[in-house]
Design a binder for this molecule. Structure first.
Ligand code: UDP
Length: 323
């Protein structure tokens, strides 16, 4: 079994590569190292079942050859992170739409099963709790760049479903909720690596808005377990599936928890969204997944607690010095 992982040197891709190699599969990891990093996968490069290809997924000649030689595809390559979305809009839109378009076209050419990573952002401003897969996609005005990311991912979903309906291509769409753990960088906005880094350096913990917005955080090893199960589930083909934890916490409580757990001397500093991002920025105030579908399909429930997540992130940062 040989799996192509696009974005294989990214945070989730590198964990998934490791998992597949441990299970005896072969992995071809394609990554342009734009947000991923070689350090994420350097420990895998001596494994004879692992191949790293430093390339963008827009290179159709290279991707065509790799897809023809693989059994399945996990498409994770994307521009991610709210900060990146706000500061690099053209790149985000082009990468997410053109990248998925390219990989779907080639997957269809060789009739290869493909799992596509989408995002909980596609629920947008919908204030329902929890979000289930058939809920509405509710976007803000297009002058708010944040929503461009959700729109690109929604287009990816439409395109994948269209390939499934029109050409019977085996596709699985996974909506990832906040996925966290070792190797994730805070560089593009992600809150847990940021707060843990700030706590370890005794810097102020930067809570945006009033801190009452909530998120549910899922350990990357749990997420990889769900992705792997879904990839091998015939029942998941043609489906959209939420993957994440449903343990909800406010960002202010998250900051307090991280300060306590790391025994940090940091203080909390409240920062307006306007200062953190730009004027008119809209946050999602609540984001809780309904995870009954993934449980029903592949009997998945996340097992790692928020304490374990914080511990693992802290441990990784201290051991590697990457913070
Ligand atoms: N956030 C924060 N301080 C930071 C980074 C993020 O308060 O330094 C907040 C952010 O405004 C959001 C939440 O933490 O409400 C989660 O942000 P992240 O970028 O990790 O994920 P997303 O917004 O995509 O859920």
């Amino acid at each position: 079994m040989k799996v192509l992982i696009t974005g294989g040197a990214g945070f989730i891709g590198s964990h998934l590569s490791e998992k597949f190699l441990n299970e005896g599969k072969k992995v071809v990891s394609v990554d342009d190292l734009s947000t991923g990093s070689y350090e994420n996968i350097s420990h895998l490069t001596n494994n004879k079942n692992f191949q790293f290809v430093y390339e963008t997924i827009f290179n159709e000649t290279v991707v065509d050859r790799i897809v023809s030689e693989c059994d399945m595809i996990v498409h994770l390559a994307a521009a991610v992170g709210v900060e990146l979305v706000m500061s690099n809009q053209v790149k985000v839109i082009e990468t997410n739409i053109h990248g998925t378009d390219t990989i779907l076209k080639i997957a269809n050419r060789y009739r290869k099963k493909i799992l596509i990573a989408s995002t909980s952002e596609v629920y947008g401003k919908n204030d329902k709790t929890p979000f289930s897969e058939t809920d509405d996609f509710l976007m803000g005005a297009t002058i708010n760049a944040r929503w461009s990311y959700a729109c690109t991912k929604a287009i990816d979903e439409f395109l994948a479903l269209a390939y499934h309906k029109e050409f019977n291509l085996p596709v699985i769409i996974v909506r990832l909720f906040n996925t966290v753990g070792p190797k994730q960088t805070g560089q593009y906005g992600m809150v847990i690596p940021r707060f843990v880094k700030q706590a370890l350096k005794s810097e102020n913990i930067t809570v945006y808005g009033d801190g009452n917005q909530t998120r549910c955080f899922c350990h990357v090893t749990d997420v990889c377990q769900a992705l792997s199960k879904l990839l091998y589930s015939p029942k998941a083909v043609g489906e959209i599936v939420n993957v994440g934890s449903n343990y909800e916490i406010t960002i202010r409580d998250l900051a307090l928890k991280i300060i306590k757990q790391t025994k940090s001397k940091s203080n909390i500093k409240m920062i307006s969204y306007e200062k953190a991002y730009q004027s008119g920025f809209e946050d999602m105030l609540k984001r809780v997944p309904d995870i009954s579908k993934v449980k029903k399909l592949v009997n998945f429930v996340p097992v790692k607690s928020l304490e374990e997540i914080i511990y693992d992130v802290k441990d990784y940062m201290l051991k590697t010095g990457r913070y």
